[in-house]
Design a protein around this ligand. Sequence first.
Ligand code: ADP
Ligand code: MG
Length: 258
Amino acid sequence: MQQELPLQQPRPQPLVEATTTSPATNQAVAELVNVCKVYGTGDTEVRALNGLTLKVNRGDYLAVMGTSGSGKSTAMNIIGCLDRPSSGSYKLNGTAIEHLNDDELTDLRNKELGFVFQQFHLLPQLSAIDNVMLPMVYAGVPVEERRERAKAALERVGLGSRLENKPNQLSGGQQQRVAVARAIINNPALLVADEPTGALDSRTTKEVLDLFEALHQGGMTVVIVTHEDDVAARAQKVVQFRDGAIATEASSPSQGRP
Ligand code: ADP
Ligand code: MG
């Protein structure tokens, strides 16, 4: 019989360490209750969210669908602490954001949140590794550790040979994988992706979705906005937005089948 593995033995690495050691509980990572968001006033008033109640539990992989203008991005911006509700409450990983000032909200966002955008939003003058290192600068991680962690994250998303490439030297799918590595580098409680495959072809869409799936299997909680049924089908659960609230909620058809 083989000797027991020493504790230091590297084990197969999930893309992200699971954030809890206990089995998945119904603990809410994001909880919106009766959230309204109103832009403008009077004649120009737009009610982008109209009583949205949504709970994302630890370990969920949720897809958000709905027609253009139904409030998906507004909701993601609130979940992602880029914006605040006009009324209603939002709790991120147990913290009610209405009691936080703007600096505290930014700190909470850096600590708990990873955000992926349709257009990647990488800094064009920085290499892949420098882009991924950036959130750790704000988190106060020492420079050597930053480099090591960013390199490991890029290796895990399959870009170990592209560390020094600038965004314009990478394909769309590769840029989005750099953006995902950046989003998860501080091991956030929640990964939010607003139409992350909207600018990608079907092959690179698959690369990015495989990555989300691996992250989810490693314990990450994921919310993805999409127009595409086949993208939503890879999530566990789908909600449909209509007029700034949830119209329907269902398990993803592909997950529900035996
Ligand atoms: P979706 O992402 O589902 O397409 P959005 O959340 O972007 O929808 O938009 C919801 C509604 O809010 C739309 O009518 C949009 O025009 C409006 N809206 C979004 N952002 C703003 C803003 N900053 N100022 C004014 N209206 C906005
Ligand atoms: Mg949108």
